[in-house]
Design a protein around this ligand. Structure first.
Ligand code: GLU
Length: 412
């Protein structure tokens, strides 16, 4: 527990340090810096829920609302046994930056419930999801704070949450949550959006670095983000040589078809048992690939293993997969780090498109959604790339500068 707490604290400290450093470079005054660092609200609720055996169990939960200068708070809700308060605050902070980077009219929010979904039945998870909404009902809403899926949450969980919200309110509110099932007013393309957006950014980067011949990819994480990233990267011609889930992975230098690995897993197989060379999650990080994609949890690259990275590009599809030390080490060694606030902003971008469609009561085709996603991702990438080249600063710093400029100019 202590370790988990200190991991959360570490993540929060590095997000705040980055904001402080960027803001100081930009010569912002101390009060403005504090407004960029402190969350505007922090809601904490103990969820008491009846289990299938009739016993009651308590789960801690949080919703952090970081900064609303640009619009309502926006961000996912994660279910994870090791989720802690500081981590939720750090993730909400990153959402403020991410939404600004993507040019969305949102502030940053994030929710978390300390629960291990693998240890609970579907009915128990449904009751926990509904209880979270019961407790948070007055602090969320389409113009206030719009939750979405995150680690271990999906369209089904969001369907319970939005149903609970609408039952309590007594009216329909399709824009109060995003990541809903399409049948309930969700957007086409939302499920794949984070992965697809990441691949658009990767393609744009590869174009800029055409001399480097970036081709091989290793992806850590085979959930919604990692799987779709791997699948779509493979489809557009990258060679995905390794994938892994929480239990380990597989490496094949000839290349893997992520869809076939997924099929294998669906039939009850372990990703690590897929034909190829078995690798641990730790080994995957040091494979000889061009592009390393941490797409699972935070802090997986840290001061002890950063020096083992052999990739030319580290592409952050998870939120906060690098500790501050790892980030500094990689940047110093000329390994390009594509920051999470850009790389994985495709999810919240299509959430925004879902919100717009929900408010308007008019839905777009998948092609329309994907082309708007592409436009947004490429525009965000170009702005950061341009700044990074012009000022000779890493992309992460450029992204924070771009975002902070936008947030500060909207602060009154
Ligand atoms: N949880 C995702 C993220 O970290 C998506 C958030 C959203 O769609 O609001 O970006």
């Amino acid at each position: 527990m202590e370790d988990t707490k200190s991991q959360g604290k570490k993540m929060l400290e590095s997000a705040q340090a980055l904001i402080r450093r960027t803001a100081e470079n930009m010569k912002l005054d101390e009060d403005t810096i504090r407004r960029l660092i402190e969350p505007e609200f922090f809601h904490e609720a103990s969820l008491t829920v009846t289990m299938d055996d009739g016993k009651k169990k308590v789960f801690k939960s949080w919703r952090a609302q970081h900064n609303s200068a640009l619009g309502p708070y926006k961000g996912g809700v994660r279910f994870h046994p090791e989720t802690v308060r500081d981590e939720v605050q750090a993730l909400a902070t990153l959402m403020s930056i991410k939404c600004a980077v993507a040019g969305l009219p949102y502030g940053g929010g994030k929710g978390g419930i300390a629960i291990d979904p693998k240890k609970h039945s579907k009915a128990e998870i449904e009751r926990v999801s509904r209880m979270f909404v019961k407790k948070m009902v007055n602090v969320i809403g389409e113009n206030l704070d719009v939750p979405a899926p995150d680690v271990n949450t999906n369209a089904e969980i969001i369907s319970w949450m939005v149903d609970e919200y609408q039952n309590i309110k007594g009216y329909k509110s399709p824009a109060s949550f995003t990541g809903k099932p399409v049948s309930m007013g969700g957007s086409l393309g939302r499920t794949e959006a984070t992965g697809r957006g990441g691949v658009f950014v990767l393609q744009a980067l590869v174009e800029k670095l055409s001399k480097e011949k970036l081709k091989t990819v290793a992806v850590q994480g085979f959930g919604n983000v990692g799987y779709f990233f791997a699948k779509l990267a493979h489809e557009v011609g990258f060679k995905v040589v390794a994938v892994s889930d929480s239990r380990g992975g597989v490496y094949d230098e000839k290349g893997l078809d992520p869809v076939a690995v997924k099929e294998f897993k669906k039939k009850g197989g372990q990703v690590s048992d897929y034909p190829g060379k078995k690798v641990t999650n730790e080994e995957l990080l040091s494979l000889p690939v061009d592009i390393l994609v941490p797409a699972a949890l935070e802090n997986v690259l840290h001061e002890k293993n950063a020096s083992k990275v052999r990739a030319k590009v580290v592409f952050e599809m998870a939120n906060g997969p690098l500790t501050q030390e790892a980030y500094e080490y990689l940047s110093k060694n000329n390994i390009i780090v594509v920051p999470d606030v850009l790389a994985n902003s495709g999810g919240v971008t299509v959430s925004y498109l879902e919100w717009v469609q929900g408010k308007a009561g008019y839905w777009w085709s998948e092609e329309e959604v994907n082309s708007r996603l592409k436009e947004t991702m490429v525009r965000a990438f170009e702005a950061i790339w341009k700044k990074s080249v012009a000022e000779k600063i890493p992309m992460k710093q450029a992204a924070f500068e771009v975002a902070i400029e936008k947030i500060v100019s909207a602060m009154v």
